[in-house]
Design a protein around this ligand. Structure first.
Ligand SMILES: [Zn+2]
Length: 374
């Protein structure tokens, strides 16, 4: 059935060359059709409306311009009613990113939320990045309350959970892989939930951490992943209860099981397979330049996540330090993968006529080859 739809879509493109938003359920589709998780999405994350490219245009005109370029979704500030109205008037999605375990300000307010590494030391801030301990009850409750409020008070079509993981500044060629979190709260909950008892003879955090990793690494990894998945499960419950038609999506670290010695589970705590039970759309952050990877890696990772989860995958790709020709090949790469669209991060380096023109390409044609790209 899916293949049939694709063929139909492809024919329509050839006939009309009308952009994605116009060819799927049709320009006049009913509002409920907007919340169809099978619809392909082309989204921009971090749009700067004040960019000189939009000079003299109001929000509605900006939204219409983007729509004419094939964009059918924007991430934005949920308090911006004008934007939400303009998007919905144009049958476009309004999506919201919700940061979970990140924020230096939270460290300052709640020093116990700063994760502890295997040496028994507080983790360092890496550039802008300050990760949080995922087992602070108040923090978890606060985030769930915020999501509940967001989806009940605002007209949002999809929530993308972000930084929903253990700490790691991963978006570099050689990330530092540091085991966390061995704070008192984590050690307490780990022992309670796994029934593993840390020997009383071990007095320092360092000795306890080393003992856990030496004797019970498998249990530790599984427990870490459960801590992340269980929060996603709670978000799913909130959505099911309050707005079941909304997407639940997740920005994920773009690593396969074998990468960095299974760091996706061991360090990050993201178990794609178990998360798939609760998530509608996965968005691996395939920033190939930042990670010193090929463009083909964008498609490989997308296909890997699609295969592993059986869910829709909407990769987010970088535009910083990307020349026009490369951007064009990146879009082809996404097109040639199992992606259900793409998210562009961000508009800052996109807002030039040449780049926007590239975006008008069809991302629904899944027959394009990408194998020759390096
Ligand atoms: Zn902790």
């Amino acid at each position: 059935m899916e293949k049939k739809e694709r063929n139909l879509t492809h024919q329509l493109i050839i006939i009309s060359t009308i952009l994605l938003i116009c060819i799927l359920p049709g320009v006049d589709f009913a509002p409920e059709a907007e919340q169809n998780p099978n619809q392909k999405i082309k989204a921009i994350y971090g749009l700067n409306y004040k960019d000189k490219y939009f000079k003299g245009k109001d929000i509605n005109q900006i939204v219409q311009e983007l729509k004419s370029r094939g964009i059918n979704a924007l991430f934005g500030d949920y308090r911006n009613k004008e934007l939400i109205n303009a998007l919905h008037k144009n049958n476009m999605y309004f999506l919201v990113e919700v940061s979970i375990f990140v924020g230096e300000r939270y460290w300052e307010k709640h020093p116990e939320s700063r994760p502890i590494n295997v040496k028994g030391e507080k983790i360092s801030k890496v550039k802008w990045y300050a990760g949080l301990c995922p087992n602070q009850e108040d923090l978890r409750k606060e985030k769930l309350a915020k999501i509940r409020q967001l989806i009940t008070d605002y007209d949002i079509d999809g929530v993308w959970l972000d930084f929903i993981r253990y700490p790691c500044h991963w978006e570099v060629p050689e990330p530092i892989l540091e085991q966390t979190c061995f704070c008192e709260q984590c050690l307490k909950i780990f022992q309670k939930e796994t029934k593993i008892k840390i020997p009383q003879i071990l007095k320092t955090t360092k000795s306890k951490a080393e003992w856990i990793l030496k004797e019970h690494e498998k249990n530790w990894t599984e427990w870490k992943c459960r801590n992340i998945t269980s929060l996603v499960e709670s978000v799913r419950e909130i959505i099911n209860k309050n707005k079941p038609e909304m997407f639940l999506a997740m920005f994920t670290v773009p690593w396969k099981t074998g990468d960095h010695n299974n760091a996706i589970k061991k360090i990050i705590g993201q178990d794609y397979s178990s998360l798939a039970e609760y998530v509608d759309i996965f968005s691996p952050m395939v920033y190939h330049k930042m990670c010193n990877k090929s463009k083909k890696w964008i498609a490989d990772t997308t296909d890997y996540v699609a295969q592993l989860t059986g869910k829709n995958v909407l990769p987010i790709i970088q535009t910083r330090d990307i020349a026009e020709q490369e951007f064009s090949l990146m879009i082809d790469t996404v097109t040639g993968s199992k992606a259900k669209g793409v998210i562009i991060f961000s508009s800052k380096h996109l807002l030039a006529e040449e780049m926007l023109s590239i975006l008008e390409k069809d991302v629904s044609n899944e027959n394009k080859a990408y194998d020759n790209q390096k």
